[in-house]
Ligand binder design. Structure first.
Ligand SMILES: [Cu+2]
Length: 263
């Protein structure tokens, strides 16, 4: 909106700012900004955790924490865009003639500086947080290596196969004992797949040329879904299987029933 009186007295930056913040559309936009931010923070903290798959591992818990915090951090950014849009949508219809153009907007040093620094800080928080979590994964995997159960996972069009070397069994159903760290060594027999045991909160590519490794510790007994998360051909959508986190005795009984031996 053009302010046609702005040129007359050459106002100071302070006066310009105070005029700006008294404008009705600016005040309305600020109100929409607060409302949108509150809505997203509410969604992120109250409802999002309810919509997530069941949290059944240490890694899924930290994934939930990241999801919640990143939603909260990005709430004001999404809100400012939506606030401007909401204001335009509600007050934008002023008859058939569009308002005359305001003066051209030139660069604004302080705004550029604040925005650049803010985005840099947001990006750094995201990078450092992500790297810290990934490093924590690697440290935990090394620490648990001795007590962990190993599962060799093979993805093929369009089937998951699980080999338990210590138990001497091979199945298409992923059962795991609760509270025992597990190390998955993952590869593919053909094209690229992505191994995703949903409720365990880990996901990694399955490649033909190299073995990828991922580590998790199931913390709760219950069913899990295993899916392929990389488009791998015609029946990609059906490349899923069931599994469960079980009590140690149930797991042992299952291993025996599969013709294996308990390590
Ligand atoms: Cu696949």
């Amino acid at each position: 909106m053009a302010d046609h009186n702005a040129e007359q007295l050459a106002p100071t930056p302070g006066e310009r700012a105070s005029t700006f913040f008294k404008r009705k559309d600016v005040v309305n936009t600020a109100i929409y900004f607060v409302l949108w931010t509150a809505l997203f923070v509410l969604l992120g903290t109250l409802f999002y955790p309810k919509w997530m798959p069941t949290i059944m591992s240490v890694e899924m818990k930290s994934a939930e924490k990241i999801m919640i915090w990143f939603t909260v951090i990005s709430a004001p950014i999404a809100a400012i865009v939506l606030a401007v849009a909401t204001n335009a949508f509600i007050n934008g219809h002023r008859g058939d003639t569009p308002p005359p153009d305001g003066p051209a907007v030139r660069t604004n040093g302080p705004v550029v500086a604040v925005w650049t620094i803010t985005s840099t800080v947001f990006a750094l928080v995201a990078i450092v947080w992500g790297l810290t979590e990934m490093n924590g994964q690697a440290v935990a995997a090394a620490k648990d290596a001795k007590s962990a159960i190993t599962v060799e996972v093979t993805g093929s069009q369009w089937l998951w196969t699980f080999k338990y070397p210590a138990q001497g069994i091979e199945t298409h159903e992923l059962n795991l004992p609760v509270d025992v760290p597990v190390i998955f060594n993952i590869r593919s027999a053909d094209v690229n797949h992505s191994f995703w045991p949903v409720q365990l909160g880990v996901k990694i590519d399955a490649n033909a040329q190299t073995t990828t490794v991922i580590h998790t510790t199931p913390t709760m007994v219950g069913p899990i879904d295993v899916k392929c998360a990389e488009l791998c051909g015609l029946y990609h959508a059906y490349m899923e299987t069931n599994g469960a986190v079980q009590s140690q005795s149930d797991f042992n009984a299952w291993v025996t029933a599969q013709g294996g031996h308990n390590a």
